[in-house]
Ligand binder design. Structure first.
Ligand SMILES: *Cc1c(COP(=O)(O)O)cnc(C)c1O
Length: 367
């Protein structure tokens, strides 16, 4: 039985993402305070993990951040456009190709060189500052250790390029007990010693939290700026920065034995008041949360009932019906980001970068 009478007909009908740039700035300051001997950069690839790189980076510049990492040259160009001609350094993690030379030069992008052929192409026609990414055990990107050692020992070959950074990336930084951390660190120290005078960088968010031995000259946190890590729980010292807010489109009363949604996977065990909300998997609410995730209505948990569909989902508001009638929206992520990622079998990274393009980003406080 429909029961929409009490909802304001003039309310918002589409989901939006509330992003708090000041909270991101506070997380940046906290991560910087953890590594006082190092410069703290900001990794803002994939549109700042879905939150909007221009707004995020502009706020971080005001916080004192001078160095940014993106994945691709196009992301770098967009960020350069947003930051203007200031001093910010923008590094492109996914590598360099001669076909991108004009873009690197015009947008003043730093090239992270991930292999010996990339390095050789760069030496043949340098395109500004460059970084050497050494693979210390991740086996994803980077010059293999033996090649990096040889390059370091024959540094003369690099004298024509503006090599500003030697970097590597940790595979298991969120797991402080992993022996891989120290092994990668030792390899990195050995490589760094072969490039005297060149700045060094190893730590992502997890690496920042591992402690000073991992900080080197420049840290590279990404997810920590957005209040999470790759681990199962959000670190207590960081705060949530984004909420997916889905307005309630309809309230219904569902009788005992009735079903909800595609596949009729949920059968009401007793009469329930349900809210149909304007968020589905196209908005970034994972279908994997069907029957296991929850929203918050005025702070109270409202479980997802049945399957999440493309544009809609249904939540149980039996215990918070008054707030739902009063116009409260369903809120996802926020302080629940890590827990919901766990329930969906994924990570906060994927939840944030999965927020759909039709969800308007709204910058301000989260209250
Ligand atoms: C994505 C990325 C980071 C940031 O990692 P977080 O876990 O989000 O802090 C740092 N360095 C490299 C090379 C990356 O690809």
């Amino acid at each position: 039985m429909a029961d929409a009478r009490h909802l304001d007909p003039d309310r918002r009908l589409s989901a939006r993402l509330l992003v708090d740039p000041d909270a991101i700035a506070r997380n940046y300051a906290r991560l910087a305070a953890r590594a006082p001997g190092a410069e703290t950069s900001a990794v803002v690839k994939a549109d700042a993990y879905g939150l909007g790189a221009p707004a995020v980076a502009r706020r971080l510049v005001r916080e004192g951040c001078r160095t940014f990492f993106v994945a691709t040259a196009d992301e770098g160009a967009e960020l350069r456009g947003a930051l203007g001609d200031g001093e910010a350094e923008i590094w492109v993690l996914n590598g360099y190709a001669p076909s991108l030379r004009a873009q690197f030069v015009e947008q003043r992008l730093g090239a992270v060189l991930n292999s010996t052929p990339e390095l050789e192409a760069f030496i043949a026609a340098p395109a500004g500052p460059c970084a050497l990414h050494v693979d210390t055990g991740m086996n994803r990107l980077g010059v293999p250790l033996a090649e990096a050692r040889a390059l370091g020992d024959a540094r003369g070959a690099l004298s024509d390029i503006d090599l500003r950074l030697v970097m590597s990336h940790l595979a298991s930084a969120e797991d402080a007990a992993s022996p891989l951390n120290d092994r990668q660190r030792e390899f990195f120290v050995d490589i760094a010693a072969r490039f005297p005078g060149v700045r060094t960088s190893l730590a992502n968010t997890g690496g920042v939290l591992l402690g000073e031995a991992f900080h080197f000259d420049l840290t590279r946190p990404g997810i920590g700026l957005f209040g999470a890590t790759a681990g199962p729980a959000a670190p207590e010292s960081l705060e949530p920065v984004a909420i997916l807010e889905a307005p309630i489109l309809q309230l219904r009363e569902v009788g005992e034995g009735e079903t909800i949604g595609y596949g009729a996977t949920y059968v009401a065990d007793r009469p329930r008041i349900t809210a149909t909300i304007a968020a589905g998997y196209a908005d970034g609410l994972p279908r994997a949360l069907s029957g296991r995730g929850y929203a918050r209505i005025d702070g109270a948990k409202a479980p997802l009932l049945g399957r999440v569909s493309m544009d809609l989902a249904v939540i149980d508001v039996t215990d918070c019906a008054a707030a739902a009638r009063n116009g409260a929206s369903a809120r996802f992520f926020g302080g629940d980001l890590s827990a919901l990622a766990g329930l969906a079998g994924t990570l906060p990274y994927e939840l944030l970068t999965g927020i759909g393009p039709r969800v308007a980003r709204s910058y301000g406080g989260l209250a």
